[in-house]
Design a protein around this ligand. Structure first.
Ligand code: RP5
Length: 140
């Protein structure tokens, strides 16, 4: 009963978490509980996460299920911004993904004294934010 006056929100940090999170949705389907599902990332879309959490109760939600891999900030950061119950689901991360972050951190360090890199890093962050909105189409 997805998207029918949702009482439960199933949110996840990435569409790549869907393989795990879909099992929560299947159980809600089995019990005919109306829910919504959405990609909301703690580190890619922090403003969206705050807006979602602050408005969750007023929007009629009663329970939030939040799944994320990596450092898995999403459940805790959402719980910090709503009094609704938040059920956190740890999602297994891709192996060796830390090397990507190591490269990004090096760029970030260099960007403190390199305007070109500072702009390129902001553009990269903005592109990640856009991809989050587009990735909702993969939750099927
Ligand atoms: C986390 O990073 C997500 O929750 C996901 O588990 C992990 C990898 O995300 P992608 O690189 O697959 O988008 O934020």
């Amino acid at each position: 009963m997805a998207d029918n006056k949702p009482e439960v929100a199933v949110i996840m940090g990435s569409a790549s978490d869907w393989e795990t999170m879909k099992h929560a949705c299947e159980m809600l389907d089995q019990f005919e509980v109306p829910y919504m599902k959405q990609v909301i990332s703690a580190h890619r879309t922090p403003e969206l996460m705050g807006e979602f959490a602050h408005n969750a109760r007023a929007n009629g939600l009663k329970v939030i299920i939040a799944g994320a891999g990596g450092a898995a900030h999403l459940p805790g950061m959402v719980a910090a911004q709503t009094t609704l119950p938040v059920i956190g689901v740890p999602v297994r991360s891709h192996a060796l993904s830390g090397a990507t972050n190591a490269g990004l951190l090096a760029v970030s360090i260099l960007s403190t004294t390199d305007e070109r890199l500072a702009k390129a890093l902001q553009d990269y962050r903005d592109s990640l934010k856009e991809k989050v909105a587009e990735s909702n189409a993969q939750l099927v």
